[in-house]
Design a binder for this molecule. Structure first.
Ligand code: HEC
Length: 148
């Protein structure tokens, strides 16, 4: 019996570093999203294509496109809206012009919180890259982590 407990304790210890390194959508990203993004990107917001079709109407309402599920959000990092999440959230250090993306300001109430949350998004995405689909290499795409 004691051996069983010892084995279980060791297994639990061994699992800690892997989990601490890994930023997942369900563990780290979704809570940030629910706090800072969902007001404009929730389930009542339109699909991306529907948003684009009627952009002026949605913009007047101050609502963006749906992004509140894992699958939706991943489509703004990998495909089809490759790099959109990164271009919008970047603080300017990833772009040639040094200009922050227009969603960066929503990441937190002050610079410290924005930087901390940006760091989470960066780790979650893995290969933080502002490029669009046509400019991305297969290697760059393979570097995306976006774990559930
Ligand atoms: C106050 C409302 C509001 C909040 C809060 C907000 N957004 Fe947005 N977002 C918008 C609107 C409106 C658009 C569409 C207009 C535009 O492209 O800027 C948009 C566009 C985007 C896009 C571009 C999608 C594309 O490919 O065109 C991304 C990515 C994005 N938001 C991510 C986020 C994230 C992540 C957060 C939270 C950190 C967030 N937004 C918070 C309103 C908001």
């Amino acid at each position: 019996m004691r051996n069983v407990f010892a084995a279980a304790a060791l297994a639990a210890l061994a699992a800690i570093p892997a989990q601490a390194d890994e930023i997942t959508w369900s563990g780290a990203i979704n809570p940030v999203f629910e706090k800072h993004c969902i007001a404009c990107h929730g389930s009542d917001a339109p699909e991306y294509a529907a948003f684009k079709k009627d952009k002026e109407t949605w913009l007047k309402k101050g609502i963006g496109m749906r992004m509140e599920t894992y699958s939706h959000l991943v489509s703004f990092a990998g495909w089809p809206n490759s790099g959109a999440l990164m271009r919008r959230l970047d603080d300017g250090s990833g772009s040639k012009e040094g200009k922050a993306g227009n969603m960066y300001k929503h990441l937190g109430a002050d610079e410290q919180e924005r930087q901390a949350n940006l760091a989470l998004f960066r780790k979650w995405v893995g290969n933080w890259n502002l490029k669009r689909w046509n400019d991305l290499s297969k290697e760059e795409l393979s570097g995306l982590k976006v774990k559930y």
